[in-house]
Design a protein around this ligand. Structure first.
Ligand SMILES: Cc1cc2nc3c(=O)[nH]c(=O)nc-3n(C[C@H](O)[C@H](O)[C@H](O)COP(=O)(O)OP(=O)(O)OC[C@H]3O[C@@H](n4cnc5c(N)ncnc54)[C@H](O)[C@@H]3O)c2cc1C
Length: 447
């Protein structure tokens, strides 16, 4: 059964998030963007309102929602402020590796603290010299008795300045690449943990981004989330579940840009008429909506696959690069509709565009998503159509079928190079077009 409708509970949840976005997030957005500051009180209110940490399982004190609900809520928050949506959702990115791990000890220890006591957790794979190539990380984890000692720097870490806990990925040996990577839960106040200055950014200025330096940080063995060799897979599985949410950020930002553009086009006059009466602008609006709708479908499909226990990796990647690139196109068109005013800080498009620009970069750039999808297509994708050598392109024969569709009693042979089709009992000696030997001709008829 295919059903695109939301349940009454999901509709209520969306409504709640929508109200929160308009009442709390929207009024804070431009002020804190200008200040380049994360308003922690918004995160606290989001937590109190039940729209943060939505996917912590009930058995660990959470609400136990799925990724579909996460995507629904996130779209609403991002429509008001993509930067605050990043800050709110970042907790889920941080604890997702714990949720999907099989480490019950760490689940018991940390998830209830996050769910009930408003603790914050960030996620760290990236480093100053490495982002896309996760297997190339340098941060070292050296075993010392039962403990591990961490040394290195993680960079670009969202919420690191305000996090209580950190999900840190490190390697026992950089030369081992994927096989050396492991993961730990580190507490911010442990000796040797330092957070750098807030990194000034183009957009998403309402989210905190900083580096984390780890100097001889002693991590008890029980805080190892993934042993060496399992950390890379854990990071990738996490991304498969969080990329639909990045897509939802993009849907929210694009949707609100479209709504603002419609509103403006109905009010602004030029050449004696309102902008919205000109077909050139109507076409832009139609394409914006097309992109918002198609992006949302892809995002929800990825989230639904994850909630249904499937591996969402491919849909998550397609959804991420489609939704995030579409959102940039929508923002660009929206700014065009606003003309000069769109380029100013007095109207909402300028900030939305700056915030949206990040989506094609973090949690795997658009290029990385294409690499994942292309890798799948070239290795595991199962085609329906026959191999190109076997396609019955039956051209060049008169009356191959009679009026009842009965085939003539003949055989057809196809040149492996130029595609010429030869009819007869035997293949030709050579191709009359490209002169390749007839021995290479393949029989394509009868099937
Ligand atoms: C605001 C912000 C917040 C972030 N938050 C976090 C966080 O919380 N946690 C975290 O771990 N990281 C975080 N990141 C890091 C982010 O995930 C990385 O920036 C991203 O993965 C890209 O890595 P990079 O910047 O090192 O670029 P690079 O990996 O150096 O890539 C540079 C460019 O080259 C392209 N490229 C690289 N390799 C290839 C290839 N083989 N083929 C084709 N193109 C290629 C990339 O797509 C990109 O366009 C954040 C980044 C930003 C800007």
């Amino acid at each position: 059964m295919l059903d695109f409708s939301l349940s009454p509970e999901q509709i209520d949840f969306k409504q709640k998030a929508r109200q929160f976005a308009k009442d709390v997030v929207l009024p804070a957005a431009w002020h804190y963007d200008e200040k380049d500051e994360l308003p922690l009180w918004v995160l606290q209110k989001a937590n109190d309102a039940g729209i943060m940490n939505t996917d912590i399982p009930k058995e660990y004190g959470g609400a136990g929602y799925g990724l579909v609900e996460g995507a629904i809520v996130t779209e609403e928050i991002a429509a008001a402020c993509p930067g605050l949506a990043t800050s709110i959702f970042d907790n889920s990115l941080g604890f997702e590796p714990i949720v999907i791990s099989d480490n019950d000890h760490l689940k018991q220890k940390y998830l209830p603290e996050i769910a009930k006591n408003s603790k914050r957790i960030c996620f760290a794979t990236s480093e100053p010299m490495m982002g896309s190539d996760v297997a190339g990380m340098q941060c070292r984890a050296i075993k010392d008795g039962e403990d591990y000692i961490l040394n290195g720097t993680k960079y670009w870490i969202t919420n690191s300045a305000v996090a209580d806990y950190m999900t840190i990925f490190a390697t026992i040996d950089p030369d081992k690449k994927h096989d050396g990577i492991c993961a730990f839960i580190v507490e911010k106040d442990w000796e040797g943990v330092r957070v750098g200055r807030h990194i000034p950014k183009l957009g998403q200025r309402t989210s905190n981004t900083a580096g984390i330096n780890l100097k001889n940080v002693r991590v008890p063995g029980e805080n190892m989330l993934a042993p060496p060799g399992k950390g890379f897979v854990l990071a990738m599985k996490t991304f498969s579940r969080t990329r639909p949410i990045i897509g939802a950020f993009a849907v929210g930002a694009a949707r609100s840009a479209m709504e603002y553009a419609i509103d403006y086009a109905k009010k602004r006059r030029s050449f004696g008429g309102k902008l919205h009466t000109y077909q050139a602008l109507q076409f832009k609006l139609a394409e914006m909506y097309q992109k918002v709708e198609t992006s949302r479908l892809l995002v929800l499909k990825g989230a639904w696959e994850a909630d249904s226990g499937m591996d969402p990796i491919i849909t998550a990647s397609i959804g991420k690069f489609y939704a995030t690139e579409s959102a940039m196109q929508v923002l660009n068109d929206a700014l065009q509709i606003f003309g000069g005013y769109g380029y100013t800080k007095m109207f909402p498009i300028e900030k939305l565009l700056r915030d949206t620009r990040l989506f094609t970069i973090y949690e795997g750039t658009s290029e990385i998503q294409r690499m994942i999808v292309a890798g799948y297509l070239l290795s595991s994708y199962e085609p329906v159509m026959p191999s190109i050598d076997d396609v019955p392109i039956l051209v060049g024969a008169d009356q191959l079928f009679d009026s009842d569709g009965k085939a003539a009693d003949t055989q057809a042979w196809r040149c492996p190079l130029c595609g010429y089709v030869h009819y007869g009992e035997e293949h030709p000696d050579e191709c009359p077009f490209c002169f390749v030997s007839g021995k290479g001709f393949k029989k394509i008829w009868p099937l």
